[in-house]
Write a protein that binds this ligand. Structure first.
Ligand code: SF4
Length: 378
């Protein structure tokens, strides 16, 4: 029976020329993520999904590891089209190997034999049709690390734009100048998971911090709407000192970048730290505010974090959007995206009017059967 590796090796195409450099001796350098792997002939990169065959870089194509519709607040984006439905798709593989990954079944499919995630054949048109049929407004590349499958994402996003949909990445932010320029014309929203502010911690996860900080600065300069998430893991990244440095960095890029500090629960191989408590989120949020961040949110513990699920006007303190988990309970922005009390503009991407809460729970697309399952569990 064909292995997952065999099946994925057939679902490839050549890398976009902007994301590859030919080196001597049939080696190629890949620029799709911050590792910038120099890949010898016959070998894959660190992500294991892009590989060099005969001096040509091949990249994933024509399948998804999973699809699902959710409220956009789940991604999370809090300053972009509140209440809209986001249609998420992902491929397989990742350039990092975080022991607490909550998407490990797709992200670690090529590293961990326990991560069994059969791919489904897909085309950009089929994904867009499916998204439209579900009433989605945004198409999101997520679940695996989308940077390592950027060619597929851009092709899907081109079809999405033609159909009037918005596009987004949910990413670890381990980018390069080349891949961000490649994505720039096709992407509206970008969420970066800033996991730590310590290079040693990032090396434990298989990366380095500098490409991620550079990517955050570059995304902001490019004018792509950016929100940051930090999963607060007791004993790993939750010291006051680390949180202060992390939030001071974000504030130096822009105090208007929303920062979501979210609660960890035991997952994958990281089962020893205790789950994050509400008081830990409140402490982290206070540090973020002291650092100058204007929009700080506490996530994953609905109803237990005071008003840290809500959006307030930074100028006059008026409550602009009230939330419970992914649910919008009240929306008070003007059609121009301003505070109704003092007219201060709220940074973000807003509709002229609130279209209502399209869904309050994740749900499977009704037309999922269109995506043909090509590999059964072994
Ligand atoms: S995407 Fe990153 S890890 Fe994968 S081959 Fe390219 S540079 Fe290496």
């Amino acid at each position: 029976m064909a292995t997952l590796r065999d099946i994925l090796d057939e679902r490839v195409r050549e890398a976009d020329p902007h994301l590859v450099e030919k080196l001597h001796g049939n080696r190629v350098r890949c620029f799709s993520c911050g590792h910038c792997c120099p890949i010898p002939d016959g070998q894959p990169g660190v992500c294991k999904v892009r590989f060099n065959r005969g001096g040509t870089l091949y990249v994933p194509w024509g399948y998804v590891g999973g699809v699902q519709c959710d409220p956009i607040e789940k991604k999370p984006f809090f300053h972009a089209y509140p209440g809209a439905l986001a249609y998420s798709f992902g491929m397989l593989g990742c350039d990092l190997h975080c022991s607490y990954c909550q998407n490990w079944v797709t992200s670690q499919a090529l590293r961990d034999p326990n991560a069994v995630s059969p791919p489904l054949d897909a085309t950009p048109e089929l994904l867009v049709q499916d998204a439209l049929a579900q009433g989605a407004r945004v198409l999101v590349s997520t679940y695996n690390e989308p940077l390592i499958t950027s060619e597929w994402a851009v092709t899907v996003f081109r079809a999405a734009r033609e159909a009037g949909l918005l596009t987004a990445f949910v990413s670890n932010g381990n980018g390069t100048p080349q891949v961000l320029e490649y994505l720039r014309p096709w992407i509206d929203l970008y969420k970066v998971d800033l996991k730590s502010f310590d290079d040693h911690h990032y090396r434990q996860l298989g990366g380095r911090i500098q490409p991620i900080l550079d990517t955050i600065r570059r995304l902001h300069q490019m004018g792509i709407w950016l929100e940051i998430v930090t999963l607060l893991i007791p004993g790993f990244n939750d010291s006051n000192d680390e949180l202060r440095r992390l939030t001071e960095f974000l504030s130096s890029v822009s105090p208007d970048i929303p920062w979501h500090v979210t609660a960890f629960h035991k997952d994958y191989k990281m089962t020893s730290p205790e789950d994050t408590r509400a008081e830990d989120l409140l402490r982290a949020a206070a540090i973020g505010r002291e650092a100058g961040l204007r929009y700080v949110y506490a996530g994953n513990l609905p109803g237990r974090v005071g008003n840290l699920e809500d959006t307030h006007c930074h100028q006059c303190g008026e409550t602009l959007i009230r939330r419970y988990g992914y649910m919008i309970e009240e929306y008070r922005l003007t059609p121009e995206g301003n505070c109704p009390a003092c007219r201060t503009a709220l940074p973000g991407r807003w509709s002229r009017q609130f279209d209502g809460q399209i869904a309050s729970h994740p749900f499977l697309p009704r037309q999922r059967a269109q995506l043909v399952r090509i590999l059964t569990r072994q």
